[in-house]
Design a protein around this ligand. Structure first.
Ligand code: TNX
Length: 508
């Protein structure tokens, strides 16, 4: 009798779990949540709905309040309803409750539990960050008109009754914009942060310097931007961020739980620096500005102390205004630097970065530097990371043929390039970071947009979307739960949202 009962209970348990596994596909959520159990009925947002926030302590409650404000603004824009936000742990019926009380440790800092009942919505995370991720899911559950730039009338703002338990597969789910080849304004960057974070992207890497431009004010060395910041590919006027503007981007991103990672590409890709100061050149003369698209021709002087003086000042000033634990030091395509000089340079610069409390990241072949003893992270874009694997270096995967947003979708794509092949929506989706390294070494992935051929934000949108949604999912959803044929359906549902957001995405 007892055995039968155990068997019976076991069967109930198993069926509960299999019921739990899916149910979110037809809802179109991207990235796909880990577990979604759909129920019956719906919660309806109306002008009476309130947002309650409550953390485990005062700081968390404040942080949740700010997250509540973002949700309130989003709902106001789409619906015209101006919801109340209340700090209080006992939400009344008809409310949305954002809390870190009883957040589950197993879900990590970014995980969340979303419960939609007919009379209330609960988003629970261990940390406010998880609650923010949960809100992005909630927004995708509302009718698409929520994405509108203007309020929509006559829409029933319903959310289906369900329960979602969710957390990311990788901690690093990145996107890069090269603001050096073509400059993009603070507003343009903020817009990208908004869109990317709505798909749970959590890192934005800014490629702040290259041959064609140096884009961050350095107070000690003003010519880096007064000369080096005035050019871009094709001869346009370029531009740069003042430190205040950079802080503004960082803060905006932080409020949306996106970490800004600054990059200064060295020792190659440095013509803009060499054009700014004569003493950085061996002949004591400034280089001509460069607005073409060749790579691999410039190099800092790796045995000159003057070079390290300027680099240290750059790192020092950036470390002060950038809360990220990382500083990216480039290190790619240093074809005009000897192997010995390259090794000496990378080792020395990574030590400077560490001295200012940051962890260096570099493109390959940074992993081949033999004497490197410091912790350094490899951003793997080419076909080898063998040294990194041997040395046990942590990695971010950005293989050009899989993850480059400047690769054309196909032959007809009007912008971009194809040196690593075409990168269709399917090709961009159909891979996993573990194809390129052992899970234990992988921080995650990043999709870089190089902008030699991208001159404005419409073109930028076109190359980034919808591929970035796929990268967001690769980073968030475990490999075993992903299939392109199923993803395609959710992507179709999301296209209407991209339309309403005003994103100029590729429609092929
Ligand atoms: C290679 S990827 C580069 C960039 C170019 C890009 C164009 C990398 C680390 N270096 O300098 O912009 O190709 O696709």
């Amino acid at each position: 009798m007892r055995k039968v009962r155990v068997l019976f209970l076991g069967l109930i348990f198993i069926s509960l779990f299999s019921f739990k596994a899916y149910g979110s596909d037809e809802l179109g959520i991207i990235p796909k949540p880990l577990e979604c159990e759909k129920g019956v009925g719906e919660f309806i947002v109306n002008e009476e709905t309130s947002i309650y926030v409550q953390g485990k302590n005062k700081e968390e409650t404040e942080e949740l309040y700010n997250i509540g404000v973002l949700l309130q603004e989003k709902i106001y824009k789409g619906t015209g309803y101006n919801l109340n936000i209340i700090k209080w742990a006992k939400p009344s019926s008809g409310s949305i409750f954002l809390t870190t009380l009883d957040g589950r440790i197993g879900l990590g800092y970014e995980g969340y539990n979303l419960k939609v009942l007919e009379d209330s919505v609960h988003i629970n995370g261990l940390k406010p960050e998880g609650v923010y991720r949960g809100i992005q899911t909630l927004i995708q559950l509302l009718p698409a008109e929520i994405e509108g730039i203007k309020e929509s009338k006559n829409v029933k703002w319903n959310i289906p009754v369900l329960s979602i338990i969710d957390k990311p597969e990788y901690e690093y789910r990145g996107f890069m914009i090269d603001v050096a080849r073509h400059f993009f304004s603070v507003e343009e960057i903020k817009r990208q942060i908004d869109i990317a974070s709505s798909y749970k992207i959590n890192k934005l890497h800014l490629h702040l310097s290259d041959d064609q431009g140096f884009r961050l004010q350095i107070k000690k060395w003003p010519k880096l931007t007064s000369i080096g910041g005035q050019t871009e590919v094709g001869g346009g006027k370029g531009g740069y961020y003042t430190q205040e503007q950079f802080r503004d981007i960082v803060l905006y991103a932080k409020e949306r739980y996106v970490e800004i990672i600054p990059e200064f590409d060295m020792p190659g890709h440095t013509n803009a620096m060499l054009a700014s100061y004569e003493f950085l050149n061996s002949n004591g003369r400034r280089k001509e500005s460069y607005t073409g698209t060749k790579v691999g021709f410039s190099s800092l002087m790796c045995r000159s102390e003057a070079t390290y003086t300027v680099i240290e000042d750059i790192i020092k000033e950036v470390a002060e205004i950038s809360p990220s634990k990382y500083i990216h030091i480039g290190g790619d395509e240093a074809n005009a630097t000897s192997k010995e000089d390259y090794s000496y340079f990378i080792d020395r610069v990574s030590k400077i970065v560490l001295k200012y409390g940051k962890i260096p990241i570099g493109w390959d072949p940074i992993d081949t530097v033999t004497q490197l003893k410091t912790p350094i992270i490899l951003q793997n874009w080419k076909d080898s990371n063998e040294d990194a694997k041997k040395k046990g270096m942590k990695m971010i995967i950005s293989r050009a043929n899989k993850a480059y947003l400047d690769m054309k979708y196909d032959r007809e794509t009007p912008y971009g390039t194809d040196w690593a092949g075409y990168n269709s929506i399917e090709n961009a989706y159909n891979w996993d970071p573990t194809d390129f390294g052992p899970k234990t070494l992988l921080l995650g992935l990043e999709a870089p947009l190089w902008t030699e051929t991208i001159t404005n934000f419409e073109e930028l949108d076109y190359m980034v979307y919808p591929r970035l949604l796929g990268y967001a999912e690769i980073g968030w959803t475990p490999k075993e739960m992903r299939s392109f044929s199923e993803y395609k359906k959710r992507l179709e549902i999301n296209k209407r949202r991209l339309d309403l957001k005003g994103v100029n995405y590729y429609k092929g």
